[in-house]
Design a protein around this ligand. Structure first.
Ligand SMILES: [Zn+2]
Ligand SMILES: [Zn+2]
Length: 346
């Protein structure tokens, strides 16, 4: 079968690999679509000696059940399914508490990222993927091409939003930074599930226009004037919630500059920015601010995004590529040419 493989620094190629054998508790999924994420760009920038060299990428995966292991029940050949972002154990303390995105077995302290398809386990940018049946959720009649990005591009913002949902009251202001794959879904999730006013920011005018069409109350350039503009728009107090899907230094600075006292910041983007916390009175982070370094989402978050997509309340803006054109898709994403999400179609 074809498999998009990380072959060396910043390089993917479509290689021929054997169709995986399935264990008794696994399903062989015929991949219908696999999203291309900025994380994939980061992964392949890991050099020629990364432990992931040689592996098949792809952590946003949906498709059809093609074959069932001997012990699998509850699935039929032909069923549509989406693969969990995080291949959680299902049995540890964190999993049992509903924090399976923090599974202590597959995301031990100090790990680079939790175990996912394409990140430590074979990914879904391939014709087939072997996956444990308990890591699948049904998608019903959803097209796997448009469903695949739900596994990260919708799941991750849904999780970040769910952790601050109590602050998203009808009189709240949410600042959404970055309107790429995750941000364009965050915008729709906010519009579909909260009454909050959304101020969206990006450096790309096309993405700002997109934001205005998809529910942003205000869409403004992410530049040196943004903080003053947001403070002005919020009567000088700042935003209840800041969602940073970029994470570069200017956006981290902006988040700190515009969050209101008692507000919340969710840092999601992995752009390498830092911020200084100073334990003392005076300028800096306002009192009462809650910060979380959000990662992925739970199985409950996954069910929510699938249900929202099935109800037509959110939809992924898909840019389609054949699996064979994966190198082009990676290049286009790297150069900021993707409006929405690139999806590889086997
Ligand atoms: Zn991702
Ligand atoms: Zn676990």
């Amino acid at each position: 079968m074809r498999a998009v493989t990380y072959v060396r620094n910043n390089t993917v190629e479509v290689h021929d690999k054997p169709v995986p054998e399935i264990a008794p508790d696994e399903v062989l999924l015929r991949v219908g679509g696999a999203g291309v994420c900025h994380s994939d760009i980061s992964i392949i920038a890991g050099g020629d000696d990364s432990p992931l060299v040689g592996s098949t990428l792809g952590h946003e995966v949906a498709g059809y059940v093609h074959a069932l292991g001997a012990d699998v029940s509850g699935w039929e050949v032909g069923d549509g399914a989406i693969v969990s972002l995080i291949l959680s154990c299902g049995r540890c303390r964190e999993c049992l508490a509903g924090r399976d995105n923090q599974c202590e077995v597959v995301a031990p302290r100090g790990s680079l990222a939790p175990l996912s398809p394409g990140i430590g386990s074979p990914g879904g940018m391939a014709d087939f993927l072997a996956v444990k049946a308990h890591h699948l959720d049904p998608i019903g009649d959803l097209d796997p091409v448009t469903a695949a990005p739900l596994a990260d591009a919708a799941l991750t913002p849904m999780h970040a939003i769910n952790t601050v949902r109590n602050r998203m009251t009808g009189d709240a202001t949410v600042v959404l930074i970055g309107l790429g794959g995750l941000g364009h879904m965050a915008l729709q999730i906010l519009a579909a599930t909260t009454g909050a006013r959304v101020i969206a920011l990006d450096t790309d005018p096309n993405k700002l226009a997109f934001a205005r069409e998809h529910g942003a109350d205000l869409a403004i350039p992410s530049d040196g004037d943004a903080a003053a503009r947001i403070l002005s728009e919020t009567g000088g107090v700042g935003a209840d919630v800041v969602l940073d899907f970029v994470g570069v230094q200017p956006t981290v600075n902006l988040a700190v500059a515009v969050v209101r006292g008692g507000g919340a910041i969710r840092f999601v983007g992995l752009g390498g920015g830092t911020f200084e916390y100073r334990a003392g009175a005076g300028a800096g982070l306002p009192w009462g601010v809650n910060i979380e370094r959000a990662y992925g989402g739970t199985r409950s978050d996954m069910r929510e995004v699938v249900a929202l997509a099935q109800a037509g309340k959110i939809s992924v803006e898909v840019v389609r590529y054949s699996l064979d054109d994966a190198p082009q898709a990676f290049d286009d994403l790297h150069h900021g040419k993707i409006a929405g999400r690139a999806v590889l179609i086997p």
